[in-house]
Design a binder for this molecule. Structure first.
Ligand code: ZN
Length: 330
């Protein structure tokens, strides 16, 4: 089974958002900005098949002779940049801090082996197969960024300004946001996971934190004055939608701090917040294990666990009856 489809939304003045066909792990939004002579992507889909589909949709919107020369990567999770192999000559732009996260995550081929080769009788094996088994990285090489920057990066594409800002650790270490002033738009990457009543999304998963930095990043998105916000996952938002998401983040932060103060261990704290079921329309509530674990690390000064250890805990909590009852999985 593979995933196909996706919507291209015209945001005006040469800007498009590609939204994948459903929610779930690894299905991220991407951007296309087109000028008369060239174009750029903001993020790529997760695997070559989906990236090829986005490329076909992009090419339909390019003037004759124009190519996609640059990819701005909002952060170093594979679901935002492993598709870059379909643009072998493009410049790939990341923050300097993102380099470290590239080494934290498995390579595409390691991940493919894990997903296809893991023991289905274990919670982790079953979880990886269920949530990642539709992707194919068997022939995906490691993507090597070509341009690293710190702080702010000002680009132009034709007549359009492209303002890229790196962020303190939030979703990962090395996140960035892309502000397109002429289009009054921001691509926020995974500092925002959106949800609307019409299009419910998933619980965010934050690997770095603290959540106060994620909330500050949302403030920074709002401070641009943008009217259109394309999150890393979920439907396109207006500023009010960003404010609403900040309410979610403040709630999780408050619960994590209260449970930590009460001496409740991190995974148990995640179970309790899942059981509160404050956001019943959101899928993948087990991701609170990672997000609350990240918040606890800032309170305890403890080390980031390996990604497989983190995912094994996520998978174990996902199969507990209280979690399965909660949230939806599209
Ligand atoms: Zn993502």
């Amino acid at each position: 089974m593979s995933i196909t489809g996706g919507d291209v939304v015209d945001l005006g003045r040469g800007l498009y958002a590609w939204l994948p066909p459903k929610r779930g792990w690894g299905l991220a939004n991407c951007g296309l900005l087109v000028s008369p002579r060239s174009a750029l992507w903001i993020d790529t889909p997760y695997d070559p098949l989906l990236a090829g589909q986005f490329l076909v949709e992009s090419q339909k919107r390019l003037p004759d002779g124009a190519g996609i020369d640059r990819v701005i990567v909002t952060h170093a999770n594979g679901d935002h940049f492993w598709g870059a192999g379909v643009l072998p000559d493009a410049e790939i732009i990341v923050t300097r801090e993102a380099r470290e996260h590239i080494h934290y995550d498995p390579t595409p081929q390691q991940q493919h082996a894990l997903v296809t080769g893991s023991d289905q009788s274990t919670p982790l094996g079953a979880y990886l197969s269920r949530h990642f088994g539709a992707f194919d990285w068997s022939a995906t090489d490691v993507v090597r960024p070509t341009t690293y920057f710190t702080g702010e990066l000002e680009l132009t594409l034709g007549e359009y300004a492209v303002q890229v800002s790196s962020l303190p650790p939030a979703h990962t270490g090395g996140d960035l946001i892309v502000h397109l002033p002429a289009q009054r738009a921001v691509f926020s990457g995974d500092v925002i996971f959106s949800s609307t009543p019409q299009q419910p999304g998933d619980h965010p998963v934050h690997w770095a934190g603290p959540l106060s930095n994620v909330i500050d990043a949302c403030e920074r998105v709002l401070a641009t004055g943008a009217e259109v916000i394309v999150p890393g996952h979920g439907p396109v938002l207006d500023p009010a939608g960003v404010r609403e998401h900040m309410g979610y983040l403040a709630y999780v932060r408050e619960r994590a701090h209260a449970l930590h103060a009460a001496g409740v261990p991190a995974t148990e704290a995640a179970r309790r917040v899942i059981a509160e079921d404050r956001y019943p329309s959101l899928g993948l509530p087990e991701r609170l294990v990672v997000t609350i674990g990240s918040e606890y690390r800032h309170l305890d000064g403890s080390e980031l666990p390996g990604v497989l250890q983190a995912m094994a805990e996520v998978a174990a909590v996902a199969q507990e009856p209280g979690t399965e009852r909660t949230g939806g999985q599209a």
